[in-house]
Every structure is written in structure tokens, then in C-alpha cells.
Design a protein around this ligand. Structure first.
Ligand code: IPE
Ligand code: IPE
Ligand code: MG
Length: 247
């Protein structure tokens, strides 16, 4: 302790282990300023950078960022291209910081859908940060919750067929082994910025008992303080998981 630390009102014992964020509102942020949507994405990348670093600093173990959904492929080509370009730049620029700060980058989704040069940068960042353990940074890219459940079901069906196994072997545990990142625990807290109160096909199966936090703040305006506010709100909640707690 140097005595210079700012007093943090967070209770470190009750930190969410896994925070998932639906980063929404970039387009509206830009529109409100009379700018093309891409400017919102540009500003959004800056927010993401700050929230990643804050997560590392306070000791969050898993941070999942919904970056590009399966459904986002229906957007104009130019917007998609600009988004991937921004992402590639972010990864290349931040790789040294990730290495220095013990951040492990992982991508969740159908990676093979992505442009090849982006795939290469992802592979590089994943490889070079593989041994890091401080924070797992999960980028959901070409990800859809329903697509994840369906592909898991297909793989499981193959396993059952090949092994000539009875359907009774299918347990929740076995099913989860076919998810994109089977070792990642369910999110404790889901934050959605931008004011919409929906899941938009993020982590469908995994969100069953996640605490949900919605804020009207647009993603480019989301600050570290707003982030801490969400975590504080989480810390005041009682998670019951269907059980009864006697008073
Ligand atoms: C979120 O911002 C970023 C992505 C979905 C890639 P949007 O681009 O959805 O912004 P709004 O919701 O139109 O404001
Ligand atoms: C969810 O935002 C996807 C990401 C943040 C990557 P959308 O903007 O795509 O969601 P909808 O269309 O409002 O449901
Ligand atoms: Mg949106």
C-alpha cells in the first residue's frame, strides 16, 4: 500500500467471477452527433479497452464481450468490414498490454466465418496469451446462443451414434462439453448498455441464473464508474437459485 489508492467501494469478496456485456448503442451514439455509425464503433472500441483494463485491475476472472452476433451479418457490408478492421487494429495494438497484464484472449463463435486476416490475428493473440491467467477476455464473434446449442446437439448426436450409447448418458455436464468454450463458467452478471431490455441471442443456455443489469447509457458513453455501479448493484442482490433462505 502506498497510501495513494483511491478508496473503492467494491466488496472484493463478492466480485462477480464472470461478467458478460452486450455492448449496445454505438450506432445511436454516432447518429445523435450526425456522424456515420462507424464512428460509434470506433468510440466503442475505446470503451471496450477501458472496461477490459478495469476488469483486470479489480480482479474479474472472466469478461465476455458480445462483439458481433450471427444476426449482425445482416448489416451493410461496409459497416461489417469497418467493424472487423477496428477489431483487428485493436487486437494488434493491445497484444503487448494483454501480455503484460496477464490477459488471455479467447474467441467464442464460428471463427471460420470471419475474414482470413482477422482469423490470423486472433490465432496469434490467442496463442501468445494462452498461458495468461489473470483475466480471461472472451470476445463473442459470429456468435449466437441458438447456434451454439444446435452445434452442440449435432456433435453430441454424433458421439452417441458413434459410441452406440443410450440417450440416458446425456447429462447437462456432457451437453456443455460441446459448447464453444466448455471450461468457462456461467456468467454471474450480464450488463446490457443502450437501453434495450433483451438478450439478443447471447449466452442463452448459460444465462439461466445470471443477474441482469440494463442501463440506458450508450456503449460509447459507458465509463469505468458506470461499470463499478453495475457491479455494486450486483453485490446488493440475493442470488437464490430457486432455494429458500430462512431469515
Ligand atoms: C453495438 O452497437 C455494436 C454491435 C452490434 C456490433 P450497435 O451498432 O448495435 O448500435 P445501435 O444499437 O444501432 O445504437
Ligand atoms: C447485440 O446488439 C449484439 C452485439 C452487441 C454484438 P444488436 O444491436 O445486434 O441487438 P438488437 O438487434 O438490438 O437485438
Ligand atoms: Mg444495437
Amino acid at each position: 500500500m502506498t497510501g495513494h489508492e483511491k478508496a473503492e467501494p467494491l466488496s472484493l469478496e463478492k466480485l462477480p467471477y464472470h461478467v458478460a456485456i452486450i455492448m449496445d448503442g454505438n450506432g445511436r451514439w454516432a447518429k445523435a452527433r450526425g456522424l456515420p455509425r462507424v464512428y460509434g464503433h470506433k468510440k466503442g472500441v475505446e470503451t471496450a479497452r477501458k472496461i477490459v483494463l478495469k476488469s483486470q485491475e479489480i480482479g474479474i476472472k472472466y469478461l465476455s464481450l458480445f462483439t458481433f452476433s450471427k444476426e449482425n451479418w445482416q448489416r451493410p457490408k461496409a459497416e461489417i468490414q469497418a467493424l472487423f478492421q477496428l477489431l483487428e487494429e485493436y487486437l494488434l495494438k493491445e497484444l503487448p498490454t494483454m501480455k503484460e497484464k496477464g490477459i488471455r484472449l479467447r474467441v467464442m463463435g464460428d471463427k471460420e466465418d470471419l475474414p482470413e486476416n482477422l482469423q490470423e490475428v486472433i490465432d496469434l493473440a490467442e496463442k501468445e496469451t494462452r498461458a495468461n491467467e489473470k483475466l480471461n477476455l472472451i470476445l463473442a464473434l459470429s456468435y449466437g446462443g441458438r447456434a451454439e446449442i444446435l452445434q452442440a446437439t449435432r456433435k453430441l448426436a454424433e458421439r452417441i451414434k458413434k459410441g452406440n450409447l443410450p440417450s440416458e448418458v446425456i447429462s447437462e455436464e456432457l451437453f456443455r462439453q460441446f459448447f464453444y468454450l466448455p471450461d468457462v463458467p456461467d456468467p454471474d452478471l450480464l450488463i446490457r448498455t443502450g437501453g434495450e431490455m433483451r438478450i439478443s441471442n447471447f449466452y442463452l443456455f448459460q444465462l439461466a441464473y445470471t443477474e441482469l443489469y440494463f442501463t440506458p447509457v450508450l456503449w460509447p458513453d459507458f465509463t469505468e464508474d458506470e461499470y463499478l455501479k453495475a457491479i455494486l448493484d450486483f453485490q446488493r442482490r440475493e442470488r437464490r437459485f430457486g432455494k429458500v433462505y430462512e431469515l
